[in-house]
Design a protein around this ligand. Structure first.
Ligand code: ZN
Length: 160
C-alpha cells in the first residue's frame, strides 16, 4: 500500500548536512511514525506521501521545512538562580525548558557572572538536511494507535 494519512511507516534513514557530514541515522533499527500527525519534519512527511514499502529515495530539505530558520530572538539571558543550583552551568550544556506549553531544548552559550546566555534554537535550526530514506513497511494504523497518537510495536512504543 502507498503512504497516506494514518499509515504506519517504518523506515531507515541516514541524515547528512550539505558538506556530507553524518548527523544521524537509524542504524538498522527502523524509525516508525504515523503519517499525517506532524511527528516528522514537514518536508519529509510531504515527501513520504504516496511512497510504498521497498522504495528508497534521497531528499534535500531546507530549514523552513525542517527544524526552522535560526532565530536570533531565541537567544536569551537568564538569571543563574533559575537553574538547579546543584550543577555547575557550563557552555554546551542542554536543558529542557517550557514556554507557552511548548517544550524546547535550550543550550548554554555563555556564563556571564550571575547570568546565563542560552540559545533556544533547535540544534539543527538553519541547517539544510539531506536524507537517504529506505521505506521498510507501510500499514494502516490500528484504532488504538490512532487514539494514542503513536505507533505500537517495532520502532514505536512498547507499553502494553
Ligand atoms: Zn500506546
Amino acid at each position: 500500500m502507498k503512504i497516506i494519512k494514518n499509515s504506519v511507516v517504518n523506515f531507515d534513514y541516514k541524515l547528512t548536512d550539505t558538506e556530507g557530514n553524518l548527523l544521524d541515522s537509524s542504524e538498522g533499527e527502523p524509525f516508525a511514525y504515523i503519517q499525517g500527525l506532524g511527528h516528522i519534519i514537514p518536508g519529509l512527511e510531504a515527501a513520504m506521501e504516496g511512497k510504498s514499502a521497498g522504495e528508497s529515495f534521497q531528499i534535500t530539505i531546507e530549514p523552513e521545512k525542517a527544524y526552522g530558520v535560526y532565530q536570533e530572538e531565541l537567544i536569551a539571558t537568564i538569571p543563574k538562580d533559575q537553574f538547579d543550583g546543584s550543577v555547575e552551568i557550563q557552555p554546551g550544556m542542554q536543558f529542557n525548558a517550557e514556554r507557552d506549553g511548548q517544550y524546547y531544548t535550550i543550550t548554554v552559550v555563555e556564563v556571564q557572572g550571575d547570568n546565563i546566555v542560552v540559545d533556544g534554537n533547535h540544534p539543527l535550526a538553519g541547517v539544510t538536511l539531506n536524507f537517504d530514506i529506505n521505506i521498510q513497511s507501510v500499514r494502516e494504523a490500528t484504532k488504538e494507535e490512532l487514539s494514542h497518537g503513536h505507533v505500537h510495536g517495532p520502532g514505536g512504543h512498547h507499553h502494553h
